[in-house]
Design a protein around this ligand. Sequence first.
Ligand code: HEC
Ligand code: HEC
Length: 234
Amino acid sequence: MRRVAWCMVATLALAGQPVLADRTDAAKGPDGAGHDWYRMTPERADILKLKGRPDPGREAFRGCRGCHKSEGEGLIDGTYPRLTGQHASVIIKQVTDVRAGIRVNPKMEPFASDHAMSRQEIADIAAFLSAAETTKENGKGPDPGTKEGKALYEGRMCHTCHGARGEGDRIQAYPAVAGQHYGYLLREMEHIRDRTRSNSHPNMVRAVANLSRQQLEEIANYLSRLPDFRKAAP
Ligand code: HEC
Ligand code: HEC
């Protein structure tokens, strides 16, 4: 039964229909390979081969500052994510997913489209941001206690991908989540859980599938209170 349901979803995906239309089927989806949720687009593969240059990247980032702010610190309420210290591979994946229509972001699209940004500029911006630091505080969750959030993060095996310090994984393009804005963390986990952000890894979708709003708040609270992973002890 499971298999039949999954085949239907896969067939819809091939026909160009929204892959995640059926929540139940998507939750049962198979792992990894060839999966549309975590696709390597030709553009991403191309950009990953380019050498990113931080100085031209700082210049090219001017076009992004209107939202992500002068140092790439984003907005404290989480409307715009913090991009400093994010892996170059993740920046490149997210921007190219927006360009390919895999991650829907109508606000940002005009600024990141191929009319606005060349492939080399994306590589440069990614190199700049991954090394950049900000002095600006991030938006923290409301609870100074992080025990519950930490227990959930570890108990749900989130650390196997996002790391014990929230450092993510550069090679796999798993985002660093430490010190991100609380509001952004919470919103993204909800969007991934509810399938409105459709470019995630299927195991990521599965990991948050059964978490309540309150549990997600506790996790977001914990992650928002972790220091920049580049400064945290291993
Ligand atoms: C008009 C506002 C706006 C502009 C300009 C903008 N962005 Fe964004 N960006 C957003 C929003 C909003 C999000 C979060 C979307 C969401 O919640 O799914 C985002 C998300 C991102 C992410 C994903 C971060 C993550 O952790 O997944 C990256 C990377 C990014 N932007 C890079 C850029 C770059 C590079 C530029 C310049 C070329 C740019 N943005 C310009 C609004 C903007
Ligand atoms: C299989 C590895 C994997 C597991 C397990 C996993 N994630 Fe993720 N997570 C990802 C990937 C990959 C993305 C980015 C997806 C994309 O490219 O759009 C992501 C995105 C996120 C984001 C949004 C980050 C951003 O910058 O936009 C948050 C927050 C997050 N995960 C938290 C969690 C939590 C909490 C858990 C455990 C309940 C978890 N993840 C389990 C791989 C994983």
